[in-house]
Design a protein around this ligand. Structure first.
Ligand SMILES: *Cc1c(COP(=O)(O)O)cnc(C)c1O
Length: 379
């Protein structure tokens, strides 16, 4: 068994695993399950600082992104796709699949999206039904300022779809203050439940847009309107994965009780980044650092595979490489959710120090010790 220090999936607490093994009822017929489902959704909404409805869907994070696009897009609709990372760019595929006209606003992949540049662009181009933006684009670890970006889009009446699958609960989110119309989350990142569930939080404006469509939503499974009045009707569009949802609830309860969660993510992320810099390693990003993941460039003369394999073989710790544009170029440490503890990071950095030195990479500091000293000074 590896200690998984990847940017999702993350480590799953025993409490969450045990909740998944509770006795099952028939989730289509037992009204107690409708109450449980609705309560869990309302708890998620409240943790995201909104009364907007949350729906838990039976599919991994990607389903939430697709469901947002499927439900909003009508053939010919103009959609602004904010692209400064792999997931950012990927939204264009969903928009096009449902007949939308995706306009990709491309910005470089090493910086957080410039709000000023976007504001200038929007002055001349703002005839969009909705826009998509990724909060933390995990393959490169870039964090976008959705707190500024979404209200800017809303000034032009553009609905906002935010993928916060890998940032939510590790970075601050306030759906109402940030003016997010559809927010997408997933079970396997900072939430720290196993993969398999996504949840979407939907504003009244987004629901209106779905109701006012002149063409039907071209999907059943990805149709958010299929859940309309499920509670009153005691009718789910498909049988809910009850054990997955029991596990998710246990993970969400942990988050609800963890008053230090955001602060812990911040001090751990800050200390991890300063440690790597002090050691002479190079962070991949130039700006926009997410508190959920640290991404660094592969040092000269060695490969990503050597680092990853050695971490597993010598220390039973799994880190992640990356893919697409970043394949073979970076290593990612996922310090989100249950991964984000000082002891997990000390173990990980101790192992990384050993692995890098044995591959001949000179380091200016002892990684785990420097981290511990830094994090203690800030907590
Ligand atoms: C993990 C993640 C998802 C879900 O995608 P998978 O790669 O299938 O896990 C979606 N968006 C972001 C930003 C993610 O990090």
């Amino acid at each position: 068994m590896y200690k998984i220090m990847t940017p999702g999936p993350t480590q799953v607490l025993e409490k969450v695993r045990m909740a998944r093994s509770l006795a099952c009822t028939n989730p289509d017929l037992d009204t107690a399950f409708f109450d449980f489902y609705k309560d869990t959704c309302m708890l998620i909404s409240s943790l995201l600082h909104t009364k907007n409805e949350t729906l838990i869907l039976d599919g991994e994070g990607i389903l939430g992104l697709e469901a947002a696009c499927a439900s909003l897009t009508e053939p010919g609709d103009k959609v602004l796709v904010l692209d400064n990372g792999i997931f950012g760019k990927g939204f264009a595929d969903f928009v096009r699949l449902y007949g939308g006209n995706a306009e990709v606003y491309h910005a470089d992949y090493e910086h957080t999206l410039s709000v000023d540049a976007l504001a200038d662009y929007l002055k001349l181009h703002h005839d969009y039904k909705y826009a998509t933006v990724v909060h933390c684009d995990t393959p490169s670890g870039i964090l976008n300022d959705v707190q500024q970006i979404c209200p800017l889009l809303k000034q032009y009446g553009i609905l906002t779809v935010v993928d916060s699958v890998s940032a939510m609960f590790g970075e601050p989110i306030d759906v109402d203050a940030f003016q997010i119309d559809i927010l997408c989350g997933g079970s396997q990142k900072a939430v720290s439940a196993p993969p398999g569930l996504t949840f979407v939080t939907i504003s009244e404006a987004a629901k209106e847009a779905m109701k006012n469509r002149s063409t039907p939503i071209a999907s059943f499974y990805a149709n958010l309107m299929a859940f309309e009045n499920y509670y009153e009707k005691k009718w789910f569009p498909y049988t809910m994965p009850i054990s997955d949802i029991y596990g998710l609830r246990a993970a969400i309860d942990e988050i609800a009780n963890d008053t230090d969660m955001l602060h812990r993510h911040k001090i751990i992320a800050d200390a991890t980044r300063s440690t790597l810099i002090a050691a002479g390693l190079k962070l991949h990003q130039k700006s926009g650092f997410s508190n959920t993941v640290t991404v660094f460039d592969i040092p000269q003369g060695i490969t990503a595979a050597q680092i990853l394999e050695s971490m597993k073989a010598k220390h039973q710790i799994m880190l992640a490489g990356s893919f697409d544009d970043f394949l073979g170029k970076v290593i990612r440490i996922g310090h989100m959710g249950t991964n984000a503890t000082i002891s997990n990071m000390v173990d990980t950095l101790y192992a990384l120090d050993d692995v890098l030195r044995s591959l001949g990479v000179p380091l200016n500091v002892q990684l785990d010790q420097y981290f511990l000293k830094t994090v203690r000074a800030s907590s």
